[in-house]
Design a protein around this ligand. Structure first.
Ligand code: FAD
Length: 447
């Protein structure tokens, strides 16, 4: 082979398509029996229940992912949201159609500070000493946070939903860059057929272009000689047989922690990551022992997602409903407003997302349910059924590296590159960041 791709997530599949477009012979190795990683779905009780994403593409049909899919001629259709979103506060939902919607729920005083913050973010160069400030501290410098609770909640819920981060976990510069990109590219979109449709089409394209995809095939070691990559050792799930594949180029879609571990023939386990995970981040940083341990200190973004099936429509638009007075849930989408086929006929799929704020998962789940009851009242108990409620952390997080802390595609080993959601360039969130990581890798290939 000319190139080996580890992992058939969106990043691995897009990279493979880019390599094939450059005439390389490619093999994709995936540990699971299916492609797509955290950007696909399983049919459960007639509903497209996703393995990660809420079927949403952050920058919609004009974003980076859409542009790459068009360039690669991968069939897809995105339903761009009809509004930026709505804001649920004081027991009511306010649609954000332009600034008027924001004025309605912020009121005149908080709206004044909203426009002032907007001016500082978009029209004035950010002073150097403010760029690295955590966004909560930056807000505190410019507004009285106690007197502007809904304004703070506005930023907080968008950050929790879009980045899975609290405001103290993200720098001001990163908030400004991602917000500018959101405004530049436009509203998010729901994928027709759900997120799995994109990765299915990519899989089909790779096979059509004579690429090889091996499923249930675990990479157990990355091989190198004199600091250049030479190939990988794989273990076939079915019979445990090991084999070596050689290539001068290896692209890893599994993040720096697991990649680094494979260079030492070590497999990172979920238990290991959780032990050293985000809540223990400070301790982990102080406790660095060797390079594998150091990678353990990486800060992933963690979340909890609930799939709800409802007999009645609860959100009247295609955008995100941000929830400003909830205890945990940051936002909810109803993707069946865009593609009704994501749920059985006449039913509505709702997906909520929140940041996990403690190690007490039971409590996080209970708070999610309490929020859903608060938001939808009686309708939640009479018309809704919770299908799944899952946490995303450790080796299956929302983001392998938190927005703004991402790593580079190049590694210390020649010929070994990283793509995926640990390599998101600044300002590009979620799958837009994954696609942009592949753009960066492709640019390195073309150098
Ligand atoms: P992955 O999808 O994790 O792919 C890596 C693949 O490598 C996996 O298939 C894994 O099985 C495989 N693998 C791992 N180790 C090995 C090994 N040793 N050998 C072989 N294979 C291996 N993004 C959006 O844009 N919109 C959203 O609405 C959205 N919502 C989200 C909600 C949640 C709850 C979560 C968890 C994520 C969400 N995201 C969303 C983020 C998005 O899902 C990810 O950014 C994206 O799917 C990451 O793709 P990836 O290719 O980087 O990694």
């Amino acid at each position: 082979f000319d190139a080996i791709v580890i992992g058939a997530g969106l990043g691995g599949l897009l990279s493979s398509a880019q390599l094939l477009a450059r005439g390389k012979r490619v093999v994709v190795l995936e540990r699971l029996p299916h492609c797509g990683g955290r950007f696909t779905a399983k049919t459960f009780q007639g509903v497209q229940v996703s393995t990660g994403a809420v079927h949403m593409v952050p920058f919609g049909s004009s974003g980076v992912l859409a542009q790459m899919l068009r360039a690669l001629r991968i069939p897809h259709h995105f339903f761009d949201a009809d509004v930026f979103g709505s804001f649920h506060v004081h027991g009511k939902s306010y649609r954000a159609r332009g600034l008027l919607g924001v004025y309605q729920f912020l009121g005149p005083r908080q709206f004044f500070w909203f426009t002032r913050i907007g001016y500082l973010m978009f029209f004035k160069p950010l002073p150097r000493n403010e760029r690295v400030l955590p966004f909560d501290l930056w807000l505190e410098r410019h507004i009285n946070v106690r007197r502007n609770p809904q304004l703070v909640a506005f930023f907080e819920r968008i950050s929790r939903f879009a980045l899975s981060l609290e405001l103290h976990q993200v720098s001001t510069e990163e908030v400004v860059r991602t917000t500018k990109n959101m405004l530049r590219f436009g509203a998010p979109a729901i994928v027709e057929g759900g997120c799995g449709e994109i990765t299915r089409q990519l899989q089909r394209h790779i096979v059509q272009q004579q690429g090889e995809i091996r499923l249930s095939c675990d990479v157990v070691e990355i091989l190198q000689e004199q600091e250049s990559v030479t190939g990988v050792r794989v273990r076939q799930k079915a019979n445990g047989a090991e084999a070596v594949l050689y290539a001068p180029l290896v692209v890893s879609d599994i993040g720096p922690r697991a990649t680094n571990a494979l260079l030492h023939r070590h497999r990172v386990t979920q238990a290991e990551v959780l032990k050293k995970g985000s809540f223990a981040r400070q301790a982990a940083v102080a406790d660095r022992e060797d390079s594998v341990e150091e990678e353990m200190a990486l800060h992933e973004a963690v979340g909890l997602k609930v799939h709800v099936l409802s007999d009645v429509s609860l959100i009247p638009h295609r955008g995100i409903m941000y929830c400003l007075d909830t205890q945990r849930i940051a936002g909810i989408v109803q993707p069946t407003n865009s593609d009704p086929a994501l749920a059985p006929a006449g039913k509505h799929l709702l997906i909520s997302h929140q940041v996990i704020q403690s190690n007490n998962v039971e409590e996080e789940r209970a708070l999610a349910l309490a929020d859903l009851r608060m938001l939808f009242g009686e309708a939640f108990d009479t018309h809704c059924r919770v299908l799944t409620m899952g946490t995303y952390r450790g080796e299956w997080p929302v983001n392998r590296i938190a927005q703004g802390e991402d790593t580079q595609p190049e590694t210390a080993v020649r010929g070994l590159y990283l793509v995926g959601d640990a390599v998101k360039p600044s300002g590009y969130l979620m799958v837009e960041g994954v696609a942009q990581s592949v753009n960066r890798f492709a640019a390195l290939l073309d150098e």
